[in-house]
Ligand binder design. Structure first.
Ligand code: PLP
Length: 409
């Protein structure tokens, strides 16, 4: 038998989603008159935009004829999409990111894990606590997390986020080689201001660290002064990789398309100290292990940047943000603490009186017939919170929140 990657053995089985599903099923069995509203939903619910659908139909038609057929494309993505991303997401916003810095992928989740191929196994990794679980689990699989002791991996550096620091972590006390930051944040729904992000870019410059900046939710940013791209900070192109996704922005969770920016000015060093551009390494990694995102998906993604596509992004994200506002208001009305939601589809809620995540989850399911995600599934600092999302329909969100108000006010 082949020897397997022992790190998998260390990965705790996540019972979170199966336990949520089990409790919902049990509740349904006992209360068949009451429909459960999924306020934990992590997927978008609105359909693809007409401009995207048309572009994908055209792309499929091209593939149907030998004169216009496309086989393997460039591993880095087609120029039509890389150029559109560079122009709309960066150059038009005054940021000097070019098409050659951009690598199109099949989504943010793959790239978050795949990037582990280009930095050393010895790197000390810092993660926000709570966090999207992928950063921790990828670090475990790659052998960078150490051992699990009392709920913490002993080689990871945890960046604790709580109301005292407005869910913006303090800079690490010890040297972090790689720092995962995510803003607007999943799960807390909080975003970061320009001034606060400057400190992280300075830290990375001073310590020779690499920031992996997950901005999958940048299209939800509404308030002035809140960062959409880390490259808004001077010097960030020498210390940061940015990861983006069309999933929540344009409904691509099922189509799959995203991109990663690895600026050519971003350098690393080999074990002997000699310098190398991370862009060169990532290009080598992608051309070796990836054969490009689908042509149809990339055509669809390029239609996101047409005037109709950009309008649709604004409308769809406005819709989800308005749902998040309803959720936040309703919980505040009943005296709970509610955070996030202003530049994000996520609302992060606690009772403020020490109830743990599963207790809150159970009570809301039993008393109001809607489901949430227990915050403890996102890290030890998520205990005592639940996450709700604005991704359900307006009608269902209103229904769930009126049940909350009726029961608790
Ligand atoms: N990053 C964050 C913070 C997310 O919440 C998600 C999805 O929920 C992803 C990345 C993954 O996005 P994608 O669908 O592009 O893989």
């Amino acid at each position: 038998m082949v020897e397997v990657n022992d790190n998998f053995r260390q990965l705790p089985v996540s019972y979170l989603f199966s336990e949520v599903a089990r409790k919902i099923a049990a509740y349904k069995k006992e209360n068949d008159a009451c429909e459960i509203i999924r306020m934990d939903i992590g997927d978008i619910t609105r359909p693809l935009f007409p401009s995207v659908i048309n572009a994908m139909h055209e792309a499929v038609n091209e593939l149907a004829s030998s004169a216009t057929f496309h086989g393997y494309g460039p591993e880095q993505g087609y120029p039509f999409l890389r150029d559109a991303i560079a122009e709309h997401d960066y150059l038009n916003r005054g940021l000097s990111i070019e098409a050659s810095d951009i690598f199109v992928s099949d989504g943010a989740k793959s790239d978050l894990g795949n990037l582990g191929d280009i930095y050393s196994r010895n790197c000390k990794v810092a993660v926000m606590n709570p966090a999207y679980p992928v950063y921790v689990d990828d670090s475990v699989i790659d052998g960078r997390a150490g051992k699990l002791v009392d709920g913490h991996w002993n080689r990871l550096i945890y960046l604790d986020c709580d109301p005292d620091n407005h869910f913006l972590p303090m800079l690490p006390q010890e040297r972090a080689d790689v720092i995962f930051l995510c803003f607007p944040n999943n799960p807390t729904g909080e975003a970061i201001s320009h001034d606060d992000l400057v400190k992280w870019v300075e830290y990375a410059h001073n310590h020779g660290s690499l920031i992996i900046y997950d901005s999958a939710y940048e299209a939800f940013v509404r308030q002035p002064g809140i960062v959409k791209s880390i490259y808004e900070i001077d010097g960030a192109d020498e210390v940061a990789i940015e990861i983006r996704s069309f999933s929540k922005t344009a409904g691509f969770t099922g189509i799959r398309c995203g991109y990663t920016v690895v600026p050519r000015r971003l350098k690393g060093r080999y074990a002997d100290g000699s310098e190398v551009a991370l862009n060169t390494l990532w290009n080598r990694r992608q051309t070796t292990k990836f054969n490009g995102a689908s042509y149809v998906a990339q055509k669809g993604a390029s239609a996101v940047y047409t005037p109709e596509g950009l309008d649709s992004v604004k409308n769809a994200t406005d819709y989800y943000i308005a749902n998040a506002a309803l959720i936040k208001d309703a919980f505040r009305k009943i005296g709970y603490k509610a955070y996030g939601g202003d530049n994000s589809p996520y609302v992060w809620v606690s009772t403020g009186n020490g109830k743990d995540s599963w207790q809150i989850f159970d009570e809301l399911l039993q008393n109001c017939g809607f489901s949430t995600t227990p915050g403890s599934g996102f890290g030890t600092k998520g205990e005592g919170y639940i996450r709700l999302t604005g991704f359900n329909s307006r009608e269902n969100t209103e229904k769930a929140m009126s049940r909350l108000i009726e029961r608790y006010l």
